[in-house]
Design a protein around this ligand. Structure first.
Ligand SMILES: [Zn+2]
Length: 436
């Protein structure tokens, strides 16, 4: 996934501290390492994947309303989510991050837009630091309750001054814009049907004072979403976002299923990104995003698993496979997406969407984020002709090794930074207490 898209046989990587120093063949590498991981010529080593859209807390509420579309599904969930506490945010974030790391993701964003009771986004920032994952924390919000014509109940929305005050606090306490940074911050009023335009435009103004802070929201997810925007604002998604300062290279939008060619052209010109979430779009019957047209127009496209209440998993390898298959169904053509394009969207595509030039592909000077998959595993029998395409064409769901910022976080398929079974047990207890 470097600029030449090289695939190096008998390849090797030299890492010093948290940075990649040399990439080449094993013979070319200087013999200076103090620690050697010998992958015996049977692994594919590739850049760590980048997840551009998630709601970690939804781990606690999987498969609620399994057969609903977006609006009824959301309405069934708000009354449960409003009872969450700080511990729920911490545990669910850590469990979602564990699933992501095991499935090859080394950097994730998370959009936390509901902060009831004592919940704070600091809870998930702490969880991701504890497990050792690179993170973009999106401080989300909702400001239009039911009584004002919005979708969420009044008791889960916040006032705009409160949103802006906490957004500023989060940026100043946590945002690190340095190269190889492990934590960056974005602001994310939730969606056109849950926030006022003031929350959108004021957030856009706030980030101007902070280098590297980005904006993120949900956009054009399904036909109802488009109809709501047309009726309330008389606008298409690109015009509407442009009017609020949300059409720029500091912005990425989740879904973008129903962008038309004009929207796509405006997004591409502005450098605005999309987080493509194929599993969620299929699960909620939202549609199939025009990824071929976006890529052809030069638009930034990354991959996202979306929240665990609409996927209902956090598996990046499987998401890349679904992206590939869905694009071919949509276009009724293998040109809808190639196997290597699916991997590209999941890696450097996501890095571009999150505005990072230090991750997404392993080349000297980049952060040491990479993964390795053993191609001699049972599910790859017969797939030796093209082990790279096998990663997305065969049904595989986990990596054997994962390094984040030079640290081995997955070793022989097991997490090194957390007791996964104990974490799952604790999170299950929290989920049962919440949904009962
Ligand atoms: Zn979402």
């Amino acid at each position: 996934m470097d600029d030449e898209r090289r695939e190096i046989h008998n390849g090797a990587i030299l890492v010093q501290n948290n940075v990649i120093k040399v990439v080449g063949t094993t013979e070319e590498l200087p013999k200076v390492g103090s620690e050697v991981l010998d992958l015996q010529g049977r692994y594919v080593v590739m850049p760590g994947m980048v997840n551009t859209h998630h709601h970690f807390y939804q781990v606690l509420t999987r498969v609620i309303t399994p057969d609903g579309t977006l609006f009824p599904w959301l309405k069934s969930l708000y009354p449960i989510w409003k009872n969450m506490r700080s511990t729920d945010i911490y545990l669910s974030a850590k469990l979602a991050a564990a699933e992501l790391l095991l499935s090859g993701c080394t950097t994730s964003s998370d959009h936390l837009y509901i902060l009831p009771n004592d919940c704070r986004i600091d809870d998930e920032i702490r969880a991701l630091a504890d497990i050792g994952m690179r993170f973009t924390a999106v401080r989300g919000s909702m400001s239009i309750g039911e009584s004002d014509g919005g979708l969420p109940p009044d008791n889960v929305v916040e006032t705009i001054p409160a949103i802006l005050k906490d957004s500023q606090r989060i940026i100043e306490e946590h945002h690190d814009n340095s190269r190889h940074s492990m934590i960056r911050v974005a602001l994310g009023p939730c969606s056109p049907f849950t926030v006022t335009v003031d929350a959108m435009s004021e957030s856009a103004k706030l980030i101007e004072d902070y280098e590297g802070v980005r904006l993120h929201t949900h956009l054009a997810e399904n036909a109802d979403d488009i109809a709501y925007m047309k009726e309330k604002y008389g606008a298409r998604p690109a015009e509407w976002t442009e009017s609020l300062g949300w059409l720029s290279d500091k912005v990425w939008h989740a879904h973008c299923v129903h962008l038309d060619d004009t929207d796509i052209g405006m997004f591409a010109k502005a450098g605005t990104g999309a987080a493509h979430c194929p599993a969620s779009n299929m699960r909620l019957a939202s549609g199939a995003a025009p990824i071929r047209a976006m890529r052809d127009a030069g638009m930034r496209v990354g991959l996202g698993v979306d929240g665990s209440a609409s996927n209902d998993t956090s598996n990046m390898l499987q998401e890349a496979r679904l992206a590939l298959l869905l694009a071919r169904v949509r276009e009724v053509s293998v040109d809808g997406m190639t196997a290597r394009e699916a991997i590209e969207i999941a890696t450097r595509g996501g890095a571009e969407v999150l505005g990072r030039d230090d991750i997404g592909y392993p080349t000297p000077g980049m952060s040491a984020d990479f993964i390795a998959v053993d191609t001699h595993r049972n599910e790859f029998v017969g797939a030796h002709a093209d082990p790279v395409a096998a990663l997305v064409l065969c049904q595989t769901d986990h990596v054997d090794y994962s390094f984040v910022n030079g640290r081995k976080v997955v070793d022989q398929g097991r997490l090194t930074t957390v007791d996964y079974d104990l974490l799952a047990k604790q999170t299950r207890a929290a989920a049962i207490a919440l949904v009962s």
